[in-house]
Write a protein that binds this ligand. Structure first.
Ligand code: NDP
Length: 439
């Protein structure tokens, strides 16, 4: 029942999961008797707090901070923090809900949580970012801990922000412990964490294609986003012999048909934090399509002809019209690096066309899985090599693909990884909740 109409993204995420669960709910009456669904859609705890800070002009600014501790049946709450002006209670709740199933699918001992603030880091100085992060942590620190709730990064939160928040946590508690993941490699971070979500989404695409007797080798790929996930998806695509021809940010889409210049993209986005338009200064054969020129109800990046698509920017960035255009242009696989990037109608179009479609909660789980590997290294005071972490990531992504694929077949919908991922994730959490009693 929709009791809070404003929470549209949350309802969208819940409906997508519940639609898939009917076969498992019908065959196992215990889940209904135990009111598992009713308990699962209600977060264990939701925090909303004031984040006051002072900008460079001396003005007092106030933002809204959030942390949702959704489900701890499988372990400490785990999920990122998002700093973006679009953040609200519905966005955080949908992300936290998705996180429960994603984390369960990894097979690792982590519960589901998410958080963030409606703060816009764009155009803010380093000092402003630091003061904002310190204020955010001044409230959050009392709710988190290495065995209770371990936040990470997400949109707008990278190693710099994690560093400022960790510093403040340490100052407030006097403890140096693994309370955040995505930390700098200088002081407790894990090698390959930065790369993990993008790499993982590409490994997932490779496993989907292999199951169909194909591979990424020689494939033209479209990627959206130009942040952490998109950049490392592009890097891994090159390593596997594919050609990524696009990326995008909130202002526009970059199309370079001979392949995106990865070194330049990193320079523009990771170092200069500038617009993708600057790419054209050195590559005159590339095209830049400003967001104002996108087709109505669609996104130009999905109108570039390609065989495999990687949505790696944000929720609902790929509409039904975009999905149809991708299919008409011969797209055979979609692997979601972002969370819920495809609208429900777009997902339906992919499923109906029977292309290889990897939903975000399976395809982008490599990030949180590697965060758990960071927690394991922190807890055991060890540092693993890049190769060791990457190898574990590959195995985890294969296990996630196999679990989703086999579950889809078991429940009579072979190839439907939405159904497979939702049921496999749900069963693990539901069974743990039952064993732990009515709490
Ligand atoms: P970043 O902040 O590093 O990058 C986000 C990218 O998406 C930027 O290029 C940004 O453009 C673009 N973007 C953000 N919001 C919008 C919007 N409303 N419209 C158009 N473009 C937008 O974030 P990440 O790469 O970390 O995250 C991308 C997605 O992946 C998110 O959905 C996130 O939840 C998901 N994800 C991330 C994980 C991680 O480990 N980082 C793990 C699992 C999922 P601009 O810079 O112009 O704003």
């Amino acid at each position: 029942q929709r009791t809070s109409p404003a929470q549209c993204e949350f309802y969208q995420a819940v409906e997508e999961v519940l639609d898939s669960l009917s076969p498992v709910l019908e065959s196992n009456t215990r889940y209904q008797k135990e009111a598992i669904i009713q308990r699962m859609v209600e977060p264990e705890r939701q925090l909303m707090f004031r984040v006051p800070w002072v900008d460079d002009q001396g003005n007092i600014q106030v933002n809204k901070g959030y942390r949702i501790e959704f489900n701890s049946a499988l372990g400490p709450y785990k999920g990122g923090l998002r700093f973006h002006p679009s953040v609200n209670a519905s966005i955080i709740k949908f992300l936290g809900f998705e996180q429960i199933f994603k984390n369960a699918l990894t097979g690792l001992p982590i519960g589901g949580g998410k958080g963030g603030a409606n703060f816009d880091p764009k155009g803010r100085s380093d000092g402003e970012i630091m003061r904002f992060c310190q204020s955010f942590m001044t409230e959050l620190y009392r709710h988190i801990g290495p065995t209770t709730d371990v936040p990470a990064g997400d949109i707008g939160v990278g190693a710099r922000e994690i560093g400022y928040m960790f510093g403040q946590y340490k100052r407030l508690t006097g403890r140096y412990e693994g309370v955040l993941t995505g930390k700098s490699l200088l002081w407790g971070g894990s090698l390959a964490r930065k790369e993990a979500t993008g790499y993982g989404a590409v490994y997932f695409a490779q496993y989907m294609l292999e199951a169909r007797g194909d591979s990424l080798q020689g494939k033209k790929c479209v990627v959206s986003g130009a942040g952490n996930v998109a950049i490392y998806a592009i890097e891994k695509l090159y390593q596997l012999g594919a050609t990524p021809v696009s990326c995008s940010d909130s202002r526009g889409t970059l199309h370079h048909d001979q392949g995106i210049d990865l070194a330049l993209l990193k320079e523009i986005k990771e170092v200069r934090r500038a617009s993708l338009k600057e790419y054209l200064d050195t590559h005159h054969d590339a095209h830049y399509i400003p967001a104002t020129d996108y087709p109505e109800g669609g996104h130009s990046v999905w109108h570039i002809k390609a065989e495999v698509a990687f949505p790696c920017a944000t929720q609902n960035e790929l509409t039904e019209q975009d999905a149809k255009t991708l299919l008409e242009n011969g797209c055979i696989a979609v692997s979601e690096g972002a969370n819920m990037p495809s609208t429900q109608a777009a997902v339906d179009a992919f499923i109906e066309a029977k292309i290889a479609y990897g939903p975000g909660k399976a395809a982008n789980a490599g990030g949180v899985a590697t965060s758990q590997l960071e927690m394991a290294q922190n807890a055991s005071m060890q540092t693993w090599s890049f190769e060791k972490v990457d190898e574990k990531l590959k195995v985890i992504m294969k296990n996630i693909f196999d679990a989703a694929n086999e579950t889809a077949t078991e429940y009579g919908q072979p190839g439907n990884l939405v159904v497979g991922a939702n049921i496999a994730g749900f069963k693990r959490v539901a069974d743990a909740m039952i064993e732990q009693g009515i709490v």
